[in-house]
Design a protein around this ligand. Structure first.
Ligand SMILES: [Mn+2]
Length: 405
């Protein structure tokens, strides 16, 4: 008897990109996932954090989540879900005891005792133990000391993360030694290749940990946070990636889930591609070239494809700007919607802005990015990096208190 485990992460239920709601994409993904679990006889589903896009998900997002779980029930698949940096531990944990009855384990935030992270699964004599480690918030892993420098803080966070995982391994060795072992985690591992849509965690990515923090004990590390599927250092330490492209920077990513098959203590790891429900594309060139490409576009996606247009022209021309604005406000054509665009003039008139970006939305920017934009407008600020770091610390303190996202 073998145990089949599916590892996925970063669903970001409720995510919107500009005016596009990804609810339909998630529905199609859930349909695909359900049939995949059924066809492949998956016994365990691991979801490594960022279940929702917002700490306070919309009612529609909650409904979508519970509807998915309901569909899963007849399939006899054990579910383990952890909270990511986007998730509120309280929101994830609220239905914990009810879900437990349905064989769905949720670990929204760091529990009181490490033992609460551990879930064992036994199927006809084949055993596996999972340590469901959620996103580790600053307050979970270190005590704040007055007057510490920014660099001290990064070192303390890294040290705190490493200590936490070594305690997880100690607990495993004391209680489950010899049993195949999976660790779930939601963090930034150094060397991973990122896209634009992962919100920075732990004062930027400077506190990224080395994959060695997981130690020698885990047979597999099921990572979340980075949206591009990849292994980190070793083949058994992996990001499954997000199921759908959540920003234009992910447009070329192949989206996938990881499938592990465990027989005895031998893991076979493979990657299963997820169909693309819509494409995210960039259209580049002069106004004429861009217009031509849009007119000739043909979509074969079930959902409307989304485009960003990047226009580059020799000379500044108000007519070109007008055309871009028009493109951004037209209804989808040939299965394509223009979502955002920018225009650049090579020979700009002195003093005019080099780059005009249209279709940007305040929701596309993190608070830190907005702060950086504000700083850019002020030439008198010299040590802007210090300001940004201080701002990140404030944001993180607020997030740790869990009152805002
Ligand atoms: Mn994340």
């Amino acid at each position: 008897m073998s145990i089949k485990i599916l590892h996925t992460a970063d669903w970001h239920i409720g995510k919107q990109l500009l005016k596009i709601d990804f609810a339909q994409d998630m529905n199609l993904f859930f349909d695909w996932l359900i049939s995949c679990i059924e066809e492949q006889n998956i016994n365990v589903l691991l979801m490594s954090g960022d279940l929702f896009d917002q700490a306070n998900p919309s009612q529609q997002a909650m409904k979508q989540y519970y509807y998915f779980l309901k569909q899963l029930l007849p399939l006899n698949c054990k579910v383990i879900i952890t909270g990511g940096n986007h998730d509120s531990p309280h929101v994830i944990n609220a239905p914990k005891e009810l879900l437990e009855i349905l064989d769905i384990s949720v670990v929204g935030g760091v529990p009181e005792s490490i033992s609460e992270l551990f879930v064992t699964i036994e199927l006809e004599g084949q055993k596996v133990v999972v340590a469901a480690v959620p996103f580790l918030r600053d307050k979970d892993i270190r005590s704040v000391a007055a007057g510490e420098s920014y660099d001290d803080k990064i070192e303390l966070i890294k040290h705190g993360i490493a200590t936490y995982f070594s305690e997880v391994n100690e607990y495993y060795k004391d209680n489950y030694k010899g049993v195949p072992f999976i660790v779930m985690a939601h963090l930034y591992a150094q060397g991973a290749s990122v896209s634009e849509s992962e919100r920075e965690i732990q004062i930027g990515n400077q506190a990224g940990v080395e994959s060695s923090v997981f130690g020698d004990e885990p047979h597999y590390v099921a990572l979340g946070h980075i949206h591009r599927p990849q292994m980190v250092g070793k083949p058994h330490i992996r990001y499954s990636g997000s199921p759908i492209a959540l920003s234009f920077s992910e447009k070329k990513d192949l989206k996938a889930v990881c499938i592990l098959e465990l027989e005895g203590d031998n893991f076979t790891i493979s990657s299963l591609p997820i169909p693309k429900f819509r494409k995210l594309i960039s259209i580049k060139g002069t106004v004429e070239e861009v217009q031509k490409e849009i007119v000739n576009y043909q979509s074969d996606s079930p959902l409307i494809d989304l485009a960003e247009v990047l226009i580059e022209e020799e000379n500044e021309n108000i007519e070109h700007i007008r055309i871009l604005e028009e493109l951004l406000t037209t209804e989808p054509q040939n299965g394509l919607q223009i979502l955002k665009g920018s225009i650049k003039f090579k020979n700009e008139v002195a003093g005019t802005s080099k780059l005009l970006t249209k279709g940007e939305d305040i929701n596309d920017f993190s608070p830190v990015q907005m702060f950086e934009k504000r700083l850019e407008q002020d030439d008198s600020i010299e040590n802007s990096r210090d300001f940004v770091n201080a701002f990140k610390e404030i944001m993180e303190a607020l997030q740790s208190s869990d009152s805002i996202d």
